[in-house]
Design a protein around this ligand. Structure first.
Ligand code: FAD
Length: 486
């Protein structure tokens, strides 16, 4: 299965690259220096890591066994001669492929296509504890689990991801994870047109709601689709738009697009933080007759009335400031009620409270690390990566793929009293699905400029990137990253 998927992916990419008029050999060369090298088959550990000397004596504790936690455990296992690694994770399916939830939400994949059992990915020799860390005592190198058990460590890696805070929106309930227990959120989300691809069962319900929405439009009803983006940092900033593009595509496929209004209500005032991608997205929205209203934050949902209430906020010229000799700027806001037939909610997100409010957390909740070395700013034997780390623009699997190698190398250096030389450079990638069959591969880093791995205009939607998204990224993540090789 694994090899078949990889072979098929390589075959398809070969074909597409030839169509672009370059040989695979040249494409490999071009990709080799960039982040996309693994997509073309370069998955060996030796290719991905720099040489280092030294082993680690002592216990390594990893908090959170999702994508970042298990990938790190695997790479440490591959790298160290006799590692002592414990992972604490409460969910049996924590390694499930979250990026695929977007495709499940649009009926292109099934939930079974993205569900993976964590036990199948635990590296040999790693001790897995099904529990949750509830207390952190970094001054004494200890944590406490929900069961009451205490664990001592020499090094700790925090990879506990984000919590989806549906309960922050009036009318909804629950603070859940993408693949864990979700009954609180599902009391409302999933029913009556209210949808969210941010958790796996929510993605299944999204497809059911979307089909009803399309049926109504096909039957001649004028329908409204509303898509939100909250006022907190979120994982995969592209996903709120991807599901909107896919709704548009599904409506067109059904011949019902003219009966539907589709409107995006982001809290911010841009489509994307990188100007080139922002410009491309606004063009794509205009071409598809998709609307948007900036500076709207969803605060309440009335499921019975099918209305969403937003806090619309804007800046205004205020009174004259005598000292500065200019007009001051004042913030203004008002509540706006919007009717919907289909509502896609991207929930507010936060770090788990038990971490945010602990000595290893921060005022904003995220674990404060030096953004290049990923070492905790206060506790040198603590590292953090993935969605929970306080790293700008870093909440994607693409970022975690760069970060886990840095954490492994720096932890080894720290254990051996050496300088931390490995540096995360802020790379991230958003394969922005723009229709069934096209993707804009938005790669960028802290410079907020496009950083394409291939010599093609990165703002173009391409069939080739769709193939990459649809066929390649899942096996490369599940078999490559989770085994610590890609
Ligand atoms: C709809 C959607 C689309 C996405 N699309 C893309 C995409 O196209 N490209 C991309 O690169 N990324 C995408 N992502 C983002 C990507 O899935 C995440 O960035 C990635 O999973 C982060 O890995 P992580 O290990 O930090 O968090 P997770 O994989 O979420 O794992 C964190 C784990 O920590 C556990 N945990 C929490 N608290 C504790 C505790 N106190 N003790 C012990 N364990 C704890 C949780 O149970 C969880 O299993 C998408 C995500 C979603 C939801």
């Amino acid at each position: 299965m694994e090899h078949k998927e990889l072979d098929r992916m390589v075959e398809i990419i070969d074909h597409e690259i030839k169509k672009q008029g370059i040989s695979r050999r040249d494409a490999m060369k071009m990709a080799a220096a960039g982040s996309a090298a693994f997509m073309m088959g370069g998955t060996s550990a030796s290719a991905a890591t720099t040489a280092h000397a030294g082993d680690v004596k002592g216990k390594i504790l990893i908090v959170g066994g999702g994508l970042a936690g298990i990938s790190t455990a695997a790479r440490l296992t591959n790298t160290l001669s006799n590692p002592d690694i414990t992972v604490v994770e409460p969910t049996d399916t924590s390694v499930s492929y979250q990026p695929g939830q977007t495709l499940v939400g649009a009926g292109l994949w099934q939930k079974s296509d993205i569900t993976y059992q964590t036990k199948d990915f635990v590296p040999s020799g790693v001790k897995m504890i099904k529990d949750k860390v509830v207390e952190f005592n970094p001054d004494n190198n200890k944590v406490k689990l929900a069961s009451g058990k205490e664990i001592a460590y020499d090094f700790m890696i925090v990879a506990a991801g984000v919590m989806l805070d549906f309960g922050k929106i009036n009318g909804l309930e629950g603070v859940i994870t993408s693949s864990g227990e979700n009954s609180s959120a599902r009391k409302i989300v999933g029913k009556n047109g209210i949808s969210s691809i941010y958790f796996a069962d929510g993605a299944v319900d999204t497809w059911a709601n979307m089909q009803k929405f399309i049926e109504d439009a096909k039957g001649g009803k004028k329908v409204k689709g509303v898509f939100t983006h909250p006022n907190t940092p979120i994982k995969c900033g592209g996903a709120p738009k991807k599901i909107m593009y896919l709704t548009d595509a599904r409506l067109r496929e059904a011949g019902a697009r003219e009966n539907a209004d589709l409107t995006f209500y982001p809290n911010g005032s841009k489509m994307f933080g990188v100007t080139e991608y922002h410009n491309a997205i606004t063009r794509q929205f205009e071409d598809r007759n998709m609307q948007w209203n900036y500076r709207h934050n969803l605060i309440s949902v009335d499921s019975a009335k099918k209305t969403a209430t937003f806090n619309r906020h804007w800046k205004e010229k205020g009174p004259w400031d005598e000292d500065l000799e200019e007009y001051s700027i004042v913030m203004n806001s008002k509540e706006v009620e919007v009717p919907y037939d289909f509502l896609h909610i991207t929930p507010p997100m936060k770090a788990p409270d038990e971490i945010a409010k602990s000595p290893i957390g921060s005022a904003k909740g995220w674990v404060p690390v030096t953004k290049e070395t990923l070492q905790h700013i206060k506790y040198p034997n603590v590292f953090s990566l993935g969605d929970i780390a306080a790293v700008p623009m870093g909440k994607t699997g693409g970022s975690a793929r760069k970060q886990y190698k840095v954490v492994v190398e720096n932890l080894i250096s720290q254990a051996n009293g050496k300088e931390l030389k490995s540096k995360y450079a802020g790379y991230t990638v958003c394969p922005l699905i723009t229709s069934i069959g096209t993707v804009m591969l938005a790669e960028f880093n802290w410079t907020k400029k496009p950083t394409p791995s291939f010599p093609f205009d990165p703002t173009q939607e391409r069939w080739m990137w769709w193939l990459l998204k649809y066929y390649a990224l899942k096996p490369m993540t599940v078999y490559g990253m989770l085994s610590g090789r890609a």
